[in-house]
Design a protein around this ligand. Structure first.
Ligand SMILES: Cc1cc2nc3c(=O)[nH]c(=O)nc-3n(C[C@H](O)[C@H](O)[C@H](O)COP(=O)(O)OP(=O)(O)OC[C@H]3O[C@@H](n4cnc5c(N)ncnc54)[C@H](O)[C@@H]3O)c2cc1C
Length: 430
């Protein structure tokens, strides 16, 4: 009998499992891939966005910072400690789960769930690699499956996969999906040369920053096709489109960051797909990744043609997961509202405190939202399923209105949600 099974070893799931294990709960963590980290590692989503100085439930985030730093996988850039190395993150997360005695199962899925009334009882998981599945199999009497009894389940799959098979109530999404992105890394870059050039052409320090850390150049810059803002890189992108090096849509969103412990590399927060694709539909995902990989090749050629320091640069990594900003969100005991953010509403049991803006992407020009608010709190009730008493969610599938989720989905808040979910379970079991 486990106290808690965490399904999905990504951003929120790792925080949940580590915290549960450290609190003495018998914890299992199920992950479909062969490494932990989710968006951070599979999606190459780095850095963690700064979310204010009054964050709570951030013990896991702090230990991750510390352990990554010890092996050269973390830097503090422009006062943000969340600049991580995605590959080293995989190793640190393995170690942290071992330290917290978490039973981690990779390549593992849930095939069947037994519940009585409002309570989940047993999850059937695969014990063998299972790449073909036949639903006529008698799962209960087949050696390929193992029954896992548990008191609580935390769904941290991003898309709320457990909620999906349990037919939980979900919150409504607008008809247009938020664009997804397929992030990638280029290496072989002379960052010193690129950094010097960037500082010369862009004096907007809200957009372009360069900092020397431990003898290495770190930097960040951005450009979008939105015309309501002046971008220093605009003319360069215009020229590349004119010369057919880029398609017009390739330049809808461009953002780059250097990476801790990778002195010649840059992580790209693009290409962002302007196609309206369903992030849970396999046909749409297949179309999306193919389209995105074509764009990655064009963006790489563009960088080599236009940016100083890119003479010997090459694509060194393409994310193995499409970056999904929002998909299924569970209906929880409390549906968090945009107004709660705007008014900074206080709650008795906050799971998250953050000041990250409402950040909702759209495919069109000048239509995305990046709206700064003050500090706000998310209540624990937004992590509790309305349909099942021992099911919690954490991460981007949180019970929040569409626009409010746009503020909550960043990694710092996902860490806090995971940690808060584990603490809630501990306080209910004790
Ligand atoms: C393009 C893009 C850029 C972003 N940029 C930033 C940024 O710069 N900084 C920032 O802080 N945030 C950023 N975000 C937001 C942030 O990265 C994510 O919202 C957040 O990491 C989601 O965390 P999660 O735990 O909900 O999901 P994930 O981290 O995606 O974890 C889900 C995990 O569940 C696993 N899983 C899924 N289904 C199953 C299953 N059935 N069984 C077992 N395991 C399963 C997955 O493999 C994965 O490991 C960005 C998001 C996107 C899409």
């Amino acid at each position: 009998m486990y106290d808690v099974v965490v399904v999905g070893g990504g951003t929120a799931g790792c925080a949940a499992a580590y915290t549960a294990g450290k609190l003495g709960l018998k914890t299992m963590l199920l992950e479909k891939n062969i490494h932990l980290g989710g968006s951070i590692t599979s999606g190459l989503v780095i850095p963690v966005m700064y979310s204010g100085k009054n964050q709570i439930n951030n013990d896991f985030y702090n230990i991750l910072i510390e352990k990554l730093h010890e092996i050269g996988g973390q830097i503090t850039y422009q006062n943000n400690k969340g600049w991580f190395n995605p590959e080293l993150c995989k190793i640190v997360l393995d170690n942290l789960m071992a330290e917290a005695s978490v039973d981690v199962r990779f390549s593992t899925f849930v095939y069947k769930i037994f519940h009585s009334n409002r309570s989940l009882k047993t999850l059937y998981i695969n014990t063998n690699i299972l790449s073909v599945y036949d639903d006529t199999i008698d799962i209960e009497n087949n050696m390929l499956f193992e029954p896992i009894e548990t008191r609580y389940v935390i769904d941290t799959t991003g898309n709320c996969e457990i909620g999906k098979i349990l037919k939980c109530n979900f919150l409504e999404n607008p008809r247009e999906y938020q664009p997804m992105s397929l992030r990638f890394i280029m290496s072989g870059i002379n960052l010193e040369e690129f950094g010097k050039w960037l500082l010369e052409i862009d004096n907007n320090r809200d957009v372009t920053t360069v900092e020397e850390i431990a003898g290495q150049t770190h930097l960040s810059t951005a450009y979008t096709w939105d015309t309501d803002k002046h971008w220093a890189l605009a003319e360069i992108f215009d020229d590349a489109v004119k010369n057919n090096i880029l398609k017009d849509t390739d330049r809808n969103y461009f953002q780059v960051f250097t990476i801790a412990g990778m002195p010649d590399s840059i992580a790209f927060n693009c290409p962002r797909l302007v196609l309206s694709l369903d992030p849970c539909d396999t046909k749409d995902i297949s179309k999306g990744v193919k389209t995105a990989r074509e764009a990655i090749l064009r963006l790489s050629n563009f960088c080599k043609a236009y940016f100083p320091g890119f003479k010997n640069a090459y694509i060194s990594n393409i994310a193995d997961m499409l970056g999904v900003r929002v998909s299924n969100r569970i209906k929880g005991k409390y549906v968090y509202k945009l107004d709660d953010i705007r008014t900074g509403k206080k709650f008795k049991n906050p799971a998250v405190i953050s000041n990250y803006p409402v950040d909702v992407h759209t495919a069109g020009k000048n239509t995305s939202t990046l709206s700064f608010t003050g500090e706000y709190q998310l209540p624990i009730e937004s992590l509790l399923s309305d349909d099942y008493d021992n099911l919690l969610v954490a991460g981007r599938c949180v019970s929040a209105e569409y626009m409010a989720q746009g503020a909550l989905r960043v990694q710092a808040s996902c860490f806090s949600m995971g940690e808060a979910a584990a603490k809630f379970i501990k306080s209910n079991i004790a």
